[in-house]
Design a protein around this ligand. Structure first.
Ligand code: CP
Ligand code: NVA
Length: 323
């Protein structure tokens, strides 16, 4: 273990606006190179001989595949440790697990239930910990989403309006903080019984104050989507909330994103969703339309994973001034 504590990536709140822009720019650069059939020279072999531990206590398609593929592009070895593979939670504490795994690997990418679990892992890890989803945050998704918005609006993202309709959850929290840092206006409609966490709102408003963006919270989806350039949603039943499914589906009635709901959105509005998607939160008409960026967004997870590994593992968290 080194004497200086590693820099972790647990939330978008850990980044300055400039660092977030750098991650998005590096991800986009990696995309262009990989699409052209090359790996950028600056990335080639940067993880050779290094193992990236992936501790996932929940299912994953995109985060798992993108992280494993990203590590391979960079020459390293991704080691997937599912909840039935290691002692964690069953037979061993977070402390012991973190000390042991970090003594043998170069990074821990972890998907957990309570955010306190990943905070605890990070506290005792001698290598960077990257959050692959907790109940509060999903930073790799938010980097991807800013990248996807930037691609869809090449003339600039500051001043755009992003509307979120649905649950106040982990994906929303890092996305709203990211938008606020980038000068994107955000309007959020959630049912009255599922309000945005006041602490998350305060963090977002503080970032918005610096960038000049506006944050609005409402229970009315029609208000949220008015003039929106991008409408975003996510499942109404996150992993771990399966027992609440019936009550949630009832409480979120009227929040399904549809062409009708979006009648007063900007005429060129786009749709985004982190996936996996359930049918109730968005109509097929919208989800599979030309407005929908969902599959580009999913693919962009790969490039965001590359940028995050480059920033936090290769550059050890010192990446602000990169070109
Ligand atoms: N968007 C996302 O994180 O998907 P997975 O749960 O499949 O990783
Ligand atoms: N909010 C969802 C996101 C999955 C990527 C969940 O936590 O299950």
């Amino acid at each position: 273990a080194t004497s200086t504590a590693p820099r972790h990536f647990l939330s978008i709140g850990d980044l300055t606006p400039k660092e977030l822009s750098t991650l998005v720019r590096q991800a986009t650069k990696a995309k262009h190179a990989i699409k052209a059939g090359t790996v950028p020279e600056s990335l080639k072999g940067t993880l050779t001989g290094k193992t990236i531990a992936m501790m996932f206590s929940k299912r994953s398609t995109r985060t798992r595949v993108s992280t494993e593929a990203a590590v391979v592009y960079m020459g390293g070895h991704p080691m997937f440790l599912g909840k039935d593979d290691i002692q964690l939670g069953v037979n061993e504490s977070l402390y012991d697990t973190s000390v042991v795994i970090s003594s043998m690997t170069s990074c821990i990418v972890a998907r957990v239930g309570p955010h306190s679990d990943i905070a605890e892992l990070a506290k005792h890890s001698s290598v960077p910990v990257i959050n692959a989803l907790s109940d509060l945050y999903h930073p790799l998704q938010a980097v991807t989403d800013i990248m996807t918005i930037s691609e869809a609006f090449p003339s600039g993202i500051a001043g755009l309006k992003v509307a979120w309709v649905g649950d106040a959850n982990n994906v929303l929290y890092d996305l709203m903080i990211a938008c606020a840092k980038m000068g994107i206006n955000v309007s959020i409609a959630t049912p009255a019984n599922y309000p945005v966490d006041p602490g998350m709102l305060a963090t977002t408003e503080a970032a918005a104050k610096l960038s000049g963006s506006k944050i609005e919270v409402t229970t009315d989806p029609i208000v949220a989507v008015r003039d929106a350039n991008v409408i975003v949603t996510d499942t109404w039943v996150s992993m771990g909330q399966e027992s609440e499914k019936k009550i949630r589906l009832a409480q979120f009635e009227g929040y399904q994103v549809s062409t009708k709901m979006a009648a007063k959105a900007h005429k060129d509005w786009k749709f985004m969703h982190c996936l996996p998607r359930k049918p109730e939160e968005v109509t097929n008409e919208v989800f599979y339309s030309d407005r929908s960026l969902v599959f580009t967004e999913a693919e962009n997870r790969l490039y965001a994973a590359i940028a995050a590994l480059e920033a936090f593992v290769v550059k050890k968290g010192k990446f602000e001034e990169d070109e």
